[in-house]
Design a protein around this ligand. Structure first.
Ligand code: GLC
Length: 711
C-alpha cells in the first residue's frame, strides 16, 4: 500500500476533484517550463492553477507558490528539477559523482546517501521533486546520456535505483526533508537504434519485459511516486502513445499507483518529430488516453484538452483519473499543509553533505590496470600532471549541473569548494615534499592553446606522469550522441609522445562514458576510470594514486575496443558464428564487474543448496592490506525455450576485509532469479540445469561455478 493510496488520501482527493472545473482539472496536468516562458506567462499559469513548474529556484518558486495558493481551490504547485547527482543546478549544492560513476561503487548505501542528501538540499530550496533516477540501461556507449545510467545491467540498475529512491523519498514523504523520485525514462530509451537519442528501439514487448522492465519493477516496489515517459518508440509506437506500456504493463503488471509525467514536450513531439498525430489536439488525445497524467512543457495541451472534452472526443473521466493520480501524491506528501519552506534552510553544500560526496567518490574510483606503479612509493620525487581534464571542474562534473542547465553557461565561474585531479595530487604530494608540475598538453577538443611540446618537456623532468584523458560535456548529453569513441582532439598524439619518454604513465579517465582507450590502456602503467566524480572526484583519485584509499570500484559498463565493436555488454545472447569480428578480439577492452585492488582476494568453498537456493562462498583477503571486494553472482540457464544470456547478474555484495581475513558470504537466491520471459511473454522458471557463477568480475577466469538442477 503506497502512502498516496490510503483511504483517507483517496477521500480527500475525490473531494477536491468533485469541486474542480474542467479548466482547473486540465491546468493540474500542465507542467510549465519556467526557464523557457516569460515571467508574465509563468505567473499567469500560476494564477490559472498549473499543477507543476520545472527548473524554478528559490524566490521565484516562493512567488509562484503564493499565487497558486491564492487561486479558487488553492492547490499547491509541485516544483520539479533535475537534481540527478546532487542538487547540481544550484551552485551551492553538494555535487556527487554521476550515476555512472557512483554505480562503480556497487554500494547501495552510497546511492541511498546520495539520494538523502540531494533530497534535503532540494527541499531546502523550496522544491519537491527530482527527475531521478535514470533506469535506462547503458548498452550502447555512442548514446549521449550514458553518464546518467547505472550502466548496462538490469539487476544492478534496479538495486541502485531502489536505493536512491529510498534516499530521495525516505519513510515519510511529508517530513519536509524528502522529495518525490521519478523513475525514468519509461522505457528502453537507452536502446535507441545506433545509440541515437530518442530514435526507435526496434525492440519487442518480450524484450522490454525481459531486459528493461526489471529496474522499473524494483523502482515501483521501492515506492517511486512518479514515472517519466521516454521520448522514443517501441517497434514504431511512441511510448507517449503506448497504452500497452503505460496502462497494461506499468500500472497493470507492476501495480504502479503514482503519477506519470511525460518527458520534455513529448506530446508535441507526436506531431513534430514522430509524425503520428496531425495536430496538437490529436496528440493530446493520444497522450491522455495512453495514461500520461502530467504533460511536461506542452502548455498547448491546456486548450486542446478542453476542446477535446467539450467536443466529446475525450471523456472527462480520463482527465479525472489523471488529476486524481496527481492530487493523491500532492496530498500524501503533505503539500497542502506545507507547500514551501519545507526543508532545513542553509543545508546546501554543508560539511556533512560534502563529506558524503567525498565518500561516494572514494567508493567509486575504479582501478583497471596496475603494473605495480600504484600506489606511488617514496622513490617518486617529481610528478608531472598532464591533460586539460586534470584541472577542469566542468569536465569533472559532467552533465546536469549549473554549467549545463537550464541554459548552457560554460563561462560561469565554478563555485568552490571542489578538488580537481591536479589539486588532489598537489594535496597528497605536499606532505611528502614531492614536486608536482602541470602541463595542459591538450584537451578533448582541439584548441589553439594545445601545447604538446610543453607537456613533453614537463614530463621529461618527472619520475611519473599522471595523465588525464576523456571528454567534455560538449561531446555528450541529450542530443549529443557520438559515432567515434576514440580519444578526441590531440589526446592520442599526446599519449604517444609521453610514452616515448619511457616513464611510467598513470592514466586517469575523466569522461561521461566508456571511451575506446585501447592504445592508452596498453601503454599505461596504470589506468583508473573516474568518469565524472563530482566535487571531490579529483581528491578521491589522488588518494587512490597515493594509496591513502584502496580503490574498490567495479565497472557497471563494458568498454569497447573500437566503436565498431558495439554492442559489447556482457549479458549478450548466444549464437554469433565465430563470436568475434575478423578484425577485433571477441572480448571488450574491459568488461562488466571488473576492477582491481591494491590487495588480492580469493574465492573458495562455493556451496549451493538446491532446495533452499542458499549460496555460500568463502572470500579471503590474500594480500597485505585491507580492502573492499564486490562478490558477484551470475546465472546461466543451460537449456531454455528462448535464447537467454550466457551470464546474468542476480546478486552481489560488497564487503571490507582486513589483510588475511576470511569471511563466508551467503546469498539467499529466489526461484524468480532463475526465470525468463517465454516467447508468449509469460515469466516462468523452466525446469532444467542452471550454472551459477560466483567471483569478482563477469570474466570466466574470475568465477567459481556450480551446476544445479531445478524442477
Ligand atoms: C529532459 C530530459 C529529462 C529531464 C527533463 C527535464 O529533456 O530528457 O531526463 O528530466 O527533460 O529537464
Amino acid at each position: 500500500m503506497q502512502k498516496w493510496n490510503t483511504t483517507a488520501v483517496n477521500h480527500r482527493a475525490n473531494e477536491i476533484l468533485a469541486r474542480m472545473t474542467l479548466p482547473e482539472k486540465v491546468a493540474q496536468m500542465v507542467q510549465v517550463p519556467f526557464a523557457y516562458v516569460s515571467r508574465e506567462e509563468a505567473l499567469d499559469w500560476a494564477k490559472r492553477g498549473a499543477g507543476s513548474f520545472l527548473h524554478v529556484l528559490g524566490e521565484d518558486a516562493r512567488e509562484i507558490q503564493r499565487l497558486a495558493l491564492g487561486t479558487r481551490l488553492g492547490i499547491p504547485v509541485l516544483f520539479g528539477i533535475d537534481a540527478i547527482h546532487g542538487h547540481g543546478l544550484n551552485q551551492s549544492a553538494a555535487i556527487f559523482p554521476s550515476q555512472l560513476a557512483a554505480a562503480c561503487s556497487w554500494n547501495p548505501a552510497v546511492l541511498e546517501e546520495m539520494g538523502r542528501v540531494t533530497a534535503r538540499e532540494v527541499a531546502a530550496d523550496g522544491l519537491h521533486w527530482t527527475f531521478s533516477p535514470v533506469l535506462c540501461l547503458g548498452r550502447d556507449a555512442r548514446w549521449g546520456r550514458i553518464n546518467e545510467t547505472f550502466g548496462e545491467d538490469p539487476y544492478l540498475a534496479g538495486e541502485l535505483g531502489a536505493a536512491i529512491i529510498h534516499g530521495y523519498q525516505g519513510e515519510d514523504l511529508a517530513d519536509g526533508e524528502h522529495i518525490l523520485a521519478c523513475a525514468k525514462h519509461y522505457i528502453g530509451y537507452g536502446d535507441a537504434i545506433g545509440g541515437r537519442d530518442s530514435c526507435d528501439t526496434e525492440m519487442t514487448f518480450r524484450k522490454l519485459k525481459e531486459t528493461f522492465l526489471p529496474p522499473f519493477r524494483r523502482a515501483v516496489e521501492a515506492g517511486a511516486a512518479t514515472v517519466m515517459t521516454a521520448y522514443g518508440s517501441i517497434d514504431g509506437t511512441p511510448f507517449t502513445a503506448s497504452e500497452r506500456a503505460m496502462r497494461e504493463i506499468l500500472r497493470g503488471e507492476l501495480g504502479f499507483t503514482g503519477f506519470v509525467v511525460t518527458d520534455w514536450d513529448n506530446v508535441a513531439s507526436l506531431v513534430q518529430k514522430q509524425f503520428v498525430a496531425k495536430d496538437i489536439d490529436e496528440a493530446a488525445l493520444l497522450a491522455a488516453r495512453a495514461g500520461n497524467d502530467m504533460m511536461m512543457t506542452t502548455t498547448a495541451f491546456y486548450e486542446s484538452a478542453i476542446r477535446l472534452v467539450e467536443s466529446g472526443a475525450l471523456d472527462e473521466s480520463v482527465l479525472d483519473e489523471a488529476v486524481g493520480n496527481i492530487l493523491r501524491v500532492k496530498i500524501a506528501m503533505g503539500l497542502f499543509k506545507r507547500p514551501q519552506d519545507r526543508g532545513t534552510p542553509d543545508c546546501l553544500g554543508c560539511a556533512e553533505h560534502r563529506l558524503s560526496a567525498l565518500f561516494a567518490a572514494r567508493e567509486s574510483v575504479t582501478l583497471l590496470k596496475n603494473d605495480g606503479v600504484l600506489p606511488l612509493n617514496e622513490t617518486i620525487r617529481k610528478i608531472a600532471v598532464v591533460g586539460a581534464n586534470a584541472d577542469d571542474i566542468r569536465a569533472q562534473y559532467g552533465d546536469w549541473t549549473y554549467f549545463t542547465h537550464p541554459h548552457p553557461s560554460p563561462k560561469s565561474t565554478p563555485a568552490r569548494p571542489y578538488v580537481t585531479l591536479l589539486e588532489g595530487v598537489r594535496m597528497l604530494a605536499q606532505p611528502h615534499g614531492i614536486a608536482v608540475s602541470f602541463a595542459r598538453g591538450c584537451g578533448p577538443l582541439p584548441d589553439e592553446v594545445d601545447d604538446l611540446e610543453a607537456a613533453v618537456a614537463a614530463a621529461k623532468e618527472a619520475d611519473v606522469i599522471v595523465l588525464a584523458v576523456g571528454d567534455v560535456v560538449e561531446q555528450a548529453g541529450e542530443y549529443r550522441d557520438r559515432a567515434d569513441l576514440s580519444l578526441s582532439g590531440a589526446q592520442e598524439a599526446l599519449f604517444e609522445r609521453l610514452l616515448q619518454l619511457g616513464k611510467p604513465i598513470v592514466t586517469v579517465l575523466i569522461s561521461t562514458k566508456p571511451l575506446c582507450v585501447t592504445r592508452v590502456a596498453e601503454g599505461s602503467a596504470a589506468l583508473i576510470a573516474a568518469f565524472n566524480g563530482g566535487m571531490y572526484g579529483g581528491q578521491a583519485v589522488a588518494e587512490a594514486i597515493f594509496g591513502a584509499v584502496n580503490p574498490s570500484g567495479k565497472l557497471p559498463i563494458s568498454f569497447p575496443r573500437h566503436s565498431g565493436q558495439i554492442p559489447v555488454y556482457y549479458n549478450s545472447l548466444p549464437g554469433w558464428h565465430g563470436g568475434r569480428y575478423v578484425d577485433l578480439p571477441e572480448t571488450p577492452l574491459f568488461t562488466f564487474g571488473e576492477g582491481l585492488s591494491y590487495t588480492s582476494f580469493a574465492y573458495s568453498a562455493l556451496h549451493v543448496e538446491r532446495e533452499t537456493l542458499r549460496v555460500s562462498v568463502t572470500l579471503t583477503n590474500t594480500g597485505a592490506r585491507a580492502g573492499s571486494e564486490t562478490a558477484q553472482v551470475y546465472v546461466r540457464d543451460l537449456v531454455s525455450s528462448i535464447l537467454t544470456p550466457l551470464k546474468r547478474l542476480i546478486a552481489f555484495q560488497k564487503i571490507h576485509l582486513e589483510a588475511g581475513e576470511s569471511k563466508q558470504l551467503v546469498f539467499q537466491l529466489q526461484r524468480d532469479d532463475f526465470s525468463l520471459i517465454r516467447a508468449d511473454e509469460v515469466r516462468v522458471v523452466e525446469p532444467g540445469e542452471f550454472m551459477l557463477f560466483v567471483g569478482g568480475s563477469s570474466k570466466d577466469v574470475d568465477l567459481l561455478t556450480q551446476v544445479i538442477a531445478l524442477e
